[in-house]
Design a binder for this molecule. Structure first.
Ligand SMILES: [Zn+2]
Ligand SMILES: [Zn+2]
Length: 257
């Protein structure tokens, strides 16, 4: 399994800053933030599945454009996987014929560009020897994270999506025997700890308190830093981290496992 980070910032601005999206091999996206914008048309057309963590705009913004750009280049619908709650929000507020057409009825309801698949926390979907499992998250809107497991190499990557403190997440993560990588968020610096709590994100001090609940020792990467505050968040993590190996995630990073 190859996981390429297309975007891992809390915002946009310049070359390095693109919002959340992970490309799994050539055919699966986890979230569809502005990082997707870098993919050339043939690469966009090759994507069969988009797994959504939650409906916030920084995680879905390229999905409507993708469908419009490559729908007629594909023979089969692109499948958007999300929980029922997230699917309902996206259908009501995005694919509603007002913000954007409902591509699950275009060009026809029988053979559309987009179809929806409902996922549930704790249930796995296997696509060509790759298992994708939704994990609990705790955010201001319904949200999940994902475990990406390669069934050939028996190795897993966990992506938290947007979350704050979430005990059910650790119950599931601590049960993953082959966890190699953990990508988890810290959207704000410690000076905005109250805002992090209100908006259900982490700041470095909250995150380090939370990581005490992690019982295994994967390589940890931190995502979703607010633009302009990447360096500050990185410094605060480094100061608080002790001997744990935690790095900031950067766009174009690749995980192969
Ligand atoms: Zn969010
Ligand atoms: Zn976000």
């Amino acid at each position: 399994m190859r996981v390429e980070i297309l975007g891992c910032s809390g915002g946009i601005g310049g070359n390095a800053l693109r919002t959340t999206s992970l490309l799994v091999d050539h055919d699966i996206l986890i979230d569809a933030g502005t990082g997707v914008n870098d993919l050339p048309l043939p690469a966009l057309a090759a994507i069969d599945h988009v797994f959504i963590t939650h409906a916030h705009l920084d995680h879905i913004t390229c999905l409507p454009f993708m469908l419009d750009s490559v729908g007629d280049m594909r023979n089969t619908p692109l499948t958007m996987h999300a929980t029922q709650a997230t699917q309902d929000i996206i259908r009501k507020h995005i694919f509603n014929w007002q913000i954007w057409p409902d591509f699950s009825e275009i060009p026809s309801p029988e053979n559309p560009f987009l179809r929806f698949n409902t996922i549930e926390v704790g249930k796995s979907l296997v696509i060509d020897e790759r298992s994708i499992t939704a994990l609990p998250a705790n955010h201001t809107v319904p949200a999940v994270g994902y475990q990406l497991q390669d069934l050939r190499s028996n190795a897993s990557l966990v992506f938290s999506g947007d979350t704050t403190s979430c005990d059910p997440l650790w119950e599931m993560v601590n049960a993953i025997a082959d966890l190699r990588y953990l990508i988890i968020e810290a959207a704000f610096p410690d000076s905005e700890r109250e805002l992090a709590i209100l908006s259900k994100h982490f700041c470095p001090s909250l995150l380090l308190e939370e990581l005490v609940k992690l019982k295994s020792a994967p390589d940890i990467f931190v995502t979703h830093a607010k633009p302009g505050l990447f360096g500050q968040i990185e410094r605060e993590l480094r100061q608080g981290v002790g001997d744990r190996n935690i790095r900031m995630l950067t766009a174009e990073s690749v995980f192969e496992f």
